[in-house]
Design a protein around this ligand. Sequence first.
Ligand SMILES: Cc1cc2nc3c(=O)[nH]c(=O)nc-3n(C[C@H](O)[C@H](O)[C@H](O)COP(=O)(O)O)c2cc1C
Length: 415
Amino acid sequence: MATTSAQTDSGLFDPIRIGQLQLSGRFAKSATVETRCTVDGYVTNELIDFYEEIARGGTPLIISGAASYNSYSRGVAHQISVDHDDNIEGLKKLADAVHRHGSRMFIQIYHTSRQAIPAGVGRTEAQAPSKVWEPTLGVMPRPMTLTEIEQTIEDFAAAAERCQKAGFDGIQIHAAHGYLISAFLTPHTNRRKDKYGGNLSNRMRLLLETYRAVRRRVGPDFPVIMKLNGSDELPFRRGMSTSELVTVAKMMEEEGLDAVEISAGHYESGTTFSRARWKGFTKTMATEGAGKNMSFLRRNAMRIFAPLVDTFFNFLGGYQEGFNLNYASEFTKKLNIPVICVGGFVHKSAMEKALLDGDCDMISVARGLIADPHLYKHMKEDRQGPVCLHCNACLAVAGVRPATCTNPKLIAPSG
Ligand SMILES: Cc1cc2nc3c(=O)[nH]c(=O)nc-3n(C[C@H](O)[C@H](O)[C@H](O)COP(=O)(O)O)c2cc1C
């Protein structure tokens, strides 16, 4: 969708519509798992404070961190849960707090599949399309039965309806990063021989049935968007190409989807969805992050080889501003719904260039808003706040400690 603007050249600060919803600017907070809920996923004041600050910074649209909708979907402790009606009361307080500052908020709903250590969330096993080893965390999942697939679709749709009841402005279906829906789309992770595996329309079936079940529950006017890879970035494995993913997005647009956010990669791509300057990441993750739930052997191997692993991550997924733009532009050419591009943005000039070049319709930012919750306001006022240097220390402890900007060197004086 091409964009033009009457007020500013790039349109970054101009309104845009996502379905029936009018946003005050073309800028969103991309999902970051917050690790600020109670251990079983209930909203806390700490979570509300985190989002209220981002709303106070004028952010037009906030997308929550991945929220789980049943026990198999849960990836880490302390993430948002939308699996019971008794979650609604806390969620409503969160939606109200964000709305008080004029921001809109969507909940991102996801199923972690094979990309979580089951023991970390009190499970003994992981569900996936097929029995395919996940090498970064060392997880061998088990294939879902047809009954489990039907159940997960229903659970997802019920969760979406809870978000609507709680007063959120929309939901985001997480269909990227190798989580369940993405794993069904990808031939490398989906080796099924039934109606959910094989050709593209079969591999898309879970996404499509989930979307339709959500729509039945929330009605035609409630914004439903999805996060999708622009490429699986899985060399030497059978990943999804950009053209196949554009086909998926186009089919979802025809179904009534309201917008798509473009990212890239699975965990086993080298976590290329959060390209970074990886120095120190692996040691912190092994000793203070997900490593805590790994076997003694795996954790210590990671710790010992950390500098080498960091170098490898830099090779696979080194940082560059706007690192998914090449993919996003392919979607923008073909789609009429808004295309949101995430990936490495921190500078107003880079965001404005992306919009001016017509590569996307909206920009979303994750780590930049952890470093500076008032980034949008600062850009609007041409003031410099704290700048994220993409060290990924926040990601290294995700699920164990709240995602905050921990590297004091990154904190420049805030206005
Ligand atoms: C601490 C942390 C947590 C994240 N959690 C999520 C998540 O819950 N859902 C998701 O789709 N992406 C998640 N991501 C990826 C971001 O949404 C985003 O796609 C990626 O970091 C690139 O954007 P950025 O360069 O603006 O950070 C997370 C990233 C970080 C650093």
